[in-house]
Design a protein around this ligand. Structure first.
Ligand code: CMP
Length: 213
């Protein structure tokens, strides 16, 4: 638990208290953890695997707001705001989750305000990304949105002048991040490849000179 950034500053005593209220649960890829509009019953932190936070539109269209990975937390909004789930959580890769029941979570953060500061910092970071997404959707075409997504997903090695996306993100998933179709993503990736901006290497995508993008 102390490896989780949210809890990294806690004392041994606080960690012991935390251990008492945390449960570990496993879910399989594709399972729905909760749905947008439901009442919240727990707060979650990813131990291993991945969870997609999605919003759906009628007709089966959906957009991925964020993919939660090891160390990321989610499910705090509806609890703190005393509202319904703001989005759906679906397991993207088999996961082990740390789960804290709603009432115990509220008590724990009330008793440990340093956690609240860390959560606000992370929520600020998420709002910053959401602001960027609004700007991208308002002003930029889909090619620029795809380039921005690739930059966001990549680890950049400044010395080498390269970015690498290690995790396999499917074209369909990329389409859901930027609000377009799978076909458009495939077409644009091939265009970027032809223009020698990227290389598609098995499970990896290499970005050439991302600083010039
Ligand atoms: P909650 O509303 O309880 O359930 C859905 C969760 O998804 C929400 O809490 C947040 O933890 C998370 N979430 C919602 N919107 C975003 C976003 N734009 N970026 C990252 N995470 C989000």
């Amino acid at each position: 638990l102390k490896e989780i950034p949210l809890f990294s500053g806690l004392t041994e005593k606080q960690l012991l208290l935390l251990k008492e209220i945390v449960h570990i649960r496993q879910f399989k890829e594709g399972e729905l953890l909760f749905l947008e509009g439901e009442s919240p019953d727990a707060f979650y932190i990813v131990k291993t695997g991945g969870v997609d936070i999605i919003r759906g539109a009628p007709g089966g269209k959906e957009i991925i707001l964020e993919r939660m990975k090891a160390g990321d937390f989610f499910g705090e909004m509806a609890i703190i705001e005393e509202n319904k789930r703001s989005a759906t959580a679906r397991i993207a890769k088999d996961v082990r989750l740390f789960v804290i029941e709603k009432r115990l979570f509220i008590k724990f953060i009330k008793d440990n305000p340093e956690i609240v500061i860390k959560m606000i910092a992370e929520l600020s970071r998420r709002l910053r990304i959401a602001n960027q997404d609004i700007e991208d959707l308002a002003f930029y075409d889909v090619e620029k949105r795809l380039k921005r997504l690739l930059l966001r997903l990549a680890d950049v090695d400044a010395k080498k002048g390269e970015g690498i996306i290690h995790n396999k993100v499917t074209h369909r998933e990329m389409a859901k991040y930027i609000g377009t179709s799978r076909e458009t993503v495939t077409r644009l990736l091939h265009k970027l490849k032809k223009n020698k901006m990227i290389k598609l290497a098995g499970n990896k995508i290499i970005l050439y000179s991302p600083e010039k993008w």
